[in-house]
Ligand binder design. Structure first.
Ligand code: NDP
Length: 250
């Protein structure tokens, strides 16, 4: 896969940390021209520098909130204005909120769905004309929570099931136009997601201990392991794969 992405323009949301950041650096090594977005500009700059250190072109860094419609429009427009094309959209930005049917407020529900589902819908709508031109593809970052049910993260589970259905439906809709659409469905992966979602240090430690038992390989995943699955689905090596929800869950 040495320069598998040479000449390809890849837009990654949530590239300022975790899986998105690992994917940015991985694709930079494979020669991609990158447009990276997130809300935290310091983190985004750091990831941009890590990409440049691989010898790749300087990534375009775009600060923006994917739940804000004008930010999202700006992100896609600026990417195409800067690079002249778009080949791959990685819909990665996401949040988790802890809570059951008895404890999840409608505000939390809206926050999760606006970030994890609505933003993907809007970004995809904006990107499709460009992806049709380039016969490109989309990789959505879903979760094993989209496929299986876990207690205590109701809105998150529901949002990821919606992402999986979205992936399969849009794959069918865009197949005649030669645009592929897939998702990766990671298991527990070592990022900030759960702590940002409200798990304190002690609960997070217990959560990671449990992950050793719930994952057959006996450990949680590393963001780089998800990044390589994203790179595979986004590459020509996956040219006959569309509508797949690929577990990356040990
Ligand atoms: P992180 O919290 O490390 O990264 C989340 C990223 O999403 C950050 O770059 C963050 O940007 C961005 N983001 C969140 N909300 C917004 C917003 N409103 N606008 C713009 N950017 C936003 O977690 P992960 O890397 O783990 O999460 C990436 C994806 O992986 C998510 O979709 C998550 O659901 C999925 N996933 C993660 C798993 C895990 O165990 N870690 C397991 C399965 C799936 P910023 O910090 O700049 O605000």
């Amino acid at each position: 896969m040495a320069a598998a992405f040479a000449g390809k323009v890849v837009l990654i949301t949530g590239a300022s940390s975790g899986i998105g950041a690992a994917t940015a650096v991985h694709l930079a090594r494979l020669g991609a021209s990158l447009s990276l977005t997130g809300r935290n500009l310091d983190n985004l700059n750091r990831v941009g520098q890590q990409c440049e250190q691989t010898g790749s072109l300087k990534p375009l860094l775009l600060k923006g909130d994917v739940t804000n419609e004008s930010d999202t429009k700006q992100i896609v427009e600026s990417t195409v204005a800067h690079f002249g094309r778009l080949d791959v959209l990685v819909n990665n930005a996401g949040i988790l909120e802890m809570g059951t049917i008895e404890t999840t407020s409608l505000e939390q529900y809206d926050r999760v769905f606006n970030t994890n589902v609505r933003s993907i819908y809007q970004l995809t709508q904006l990107a499709v004309p460009h992806l049709v031109k380039s016969q490109g593809n989309i990789v959505n970052v879903s979760s094993v929570n989209g496929i299986r049910s876990f207690p205590g993260v109701l809105a998150y589970n529901m949002s990821k099931s919606a992402v999986d259905q979205f992936t399969r439906c849009v794959a069918l809709e865009l197949a005649p136009k030669k645009v592929r659409v897939n998702s990766v469905n990671p298991g527990v992966t070592l990022t900030e997601l759960q702590k940002r979602g409200g798990l304190d240090e002690e609960s997070y430690k217990k959560f990671l201990e449990r992950a050793k038992e719930t994952h057959a390989l006996g450990r949680p995943g590393d963001p780089n392991e998800v990044a390589s699955a994203i790179a595979f689905l986004a590459s020509d090596a996956a040219s006959y794969i569309t509508g797949a929800n690929l577990p990356v869950d040990g």
